[in-house]
Design a protein around this ligand. Structure first.
Ligand SMILES: NC(=O)C[C@H]([NH3+])C(=O)NS(=O)(=O)OC[C@H]1O[C@@H](n2cnc3c(N)ncnc32)[C@H](O)[C@@H]1O
Ligand SMILES: [Mg+2]
Length: 431
């Protein structure tokens, strides 16, 4: 196969003399005696020059945008070409013309809904390629952080039978002659696993029937969750800061070109290291009220309020101590202030807001059953979860990180859909 001897475009740009490259037509410009094709692969782009009177020129004339080809030629310095080099093509060793490509060169102006309709093709764009590489680095760094710090990777089921984060966002699906829900969070299963492995994590999809279309909600999102036996809120906040700082440092180490490609100013990311700002829910309410926000103690702090808070700080905020009534039933109440919980959300700066939700879990059986009832649930629906408190229960904490939201912030994206290869929300289930 001709393309077996091909080198990557990144390697070609570092080479000289004769070489073979392979990839897809990214741009094409036809002059009377020359055709310029910008070829792309997963490593970059290079200008190919075809001269009239050669068999290669005849092939080049027939190629469409996104036609695939393998070409051999001589590499020459050319400061005006991308990467400062171009290839004068001697032969096209293999090619696939394909149909006229439905996304034209000024695609950036195309309607965003159209680009979502053809996302399976738009993934080939330089912008999406950059996002996907940043996403790859983020996922790898999350795995790395946990594995280097003594966590075991585990998996919870995707089919569950009871709400973790409230019944309003459950997807109910038929299950033979019964029904189940798609998982909202693997948390409860990780809590079972700490009695075996003590520190566990998973990166898996979570599903939320979110009725609204916002720039940070999906109906299917990637959720990095962890649970740690013997950890209290202070330990958890340290883990939050270490994890986020490590992920950001890896993106800065590996993906500066991609951040530049996206026009993302990396300066705000240089500052992301422990300690983050730590403000209580009480302090947050005061800050917001002083800013003229009509909010009272006990109200939830939503996206708009988070935006105002995060624009005040140049690092993530660990917002802790939420009132009991605005957090899920499993959150442990502060023994010194029963009206608040030992909970913490991490808010990303620059207006991005919540990326992590977590806290200490109730570990006393009676306290848990009482709170399940007070929140209007039936303890029978949580029997196995209550069992965890019946046998050798221990203090423990955990959290869930929205990985798509983390990618959205780090890459400086406007909408969470741009952080995901095939995004799903209330009006998007195709392709
Ligand atoms: N193991 C745990 O303690 C996790 C806990 N049960 C939980 O699900 N918390 S959370 O609802 O705040 O969701 C956690 C994070 O998950 C993200 N998240 C939560 N919901 C979404 C939607 N709809 N779309 C995208 N991302 C979402 C967001 O970053 C949240 O901070
Ligand atoms: Mg939350």
């Amino acid at each position: 196969m001709a393309y077996k001897s091909a080198i990557s475009i990144a390697d070609a740009l570092r080479s000289s003399g004769r070489a073979t490259v392979r990839g897809w037509v990214y741009r094409k410009r036809e002059l009377k005696d020359k055709i310029f094709i910008v070829l792309r692969d997963s490593t970059g782009i290079i200008q190919l020059v075809f001269s009239r009177g050669t068999p290669a020129f005849d092939v080049a004339q027939r190629l469409n945008l996104e036609s695939s080809l393998v070409a051999t030629g001589i590499l020459k310095e050319e400061p005006r070409a991308p990467g400062g080099k171009e290839m004068h093509v001697e032969s096209v060793d293999w090619y696939y013309i394909g149909s006229p490509y439905p996304i034209n060169e000024d695609a950036a102006q195309a309607d965003s809904e159209y680009l979502l309709d053809v996302r399976h093709l738009w993934l080939r764009s330089r912008k999406m390629q950059a996002v996907l590489k940043i996403r790859h680095t983020v996922f790898g760094a999350v795995h790395e952080y946990f594995r280097r710090n003594g966590y075991y990777e585990v998996q919870g089921p995707m089919f569950i039978t009871a709400a973790v984060e409230g019944g309003a966002t459950l997807f109910k699906v038929p299950y033979f002659d019964d029904f189940v829900y798609l998982t909202q969070s693997s948390q409860f299963y990780l809590e079972a696993l700490i009695f075996s492995l003590e520190k566990v994590y998973t990166i898996a999809p979570s599903f939320r029937a979110e009725p609204s279309r916002t720039r940070r909600h999906l109906t299917e999102f990637w959720h990095a969750e962890a649970e740690m036996a013997w950890y209290h809120l202070e330990d958890l906040m340290r883990v939050n800061e270490e994890l986020i700082s490590y992920v950001v440092s890896k993106v800065l180490e590996e993906r500066r070109d991609e951040l530049k490609m996206l026009g993302r100013d990396a300066a705000p990311l240089e500052n992301i290291r422990p300690p983050f700002y730590r403000i209580s829910y009480d302090e947050a309410i005061e800050i917001l009220q002083k800013k003229g926000v009509k909010i009272n103690w006990g109200d939830d702090i939503g996206a708009d309020e988070e935006r105002i808070l995060t624009l005040q700080f140049d690092k993530p905020i660990q917002l802790y101590g939420f009132p009991e009534k605005i957090k899920a039933f499993y959150h442990r109440n502060d023994p010194k202030r029963p009206e608040v919980t030992l909970s913490v959300d991490v808010l990303a700066p620059e207006g991005y807001g919540e990326i992590i939700g977590g806290g200490e879990r109730i570990y006393d059986e009676g306290e848990l059953v009482d709170k399940i009832r007070r929140f209007g649930y039936d303890p029978k629906d949580y029997q196995w979860y209550i069992d965890l408190r019946r046998y050798g229960s221990v203090p423990h904490s955990g959290f869930g990180l929205g990985v798509d939201r983390l990618v959205m912030w780090i890459a400086g994206l406007e909408h969470i859909r741009d952080a995901v290869p095939f995004p799903r929300d209330i009006r998007r289930k195709y392709p």
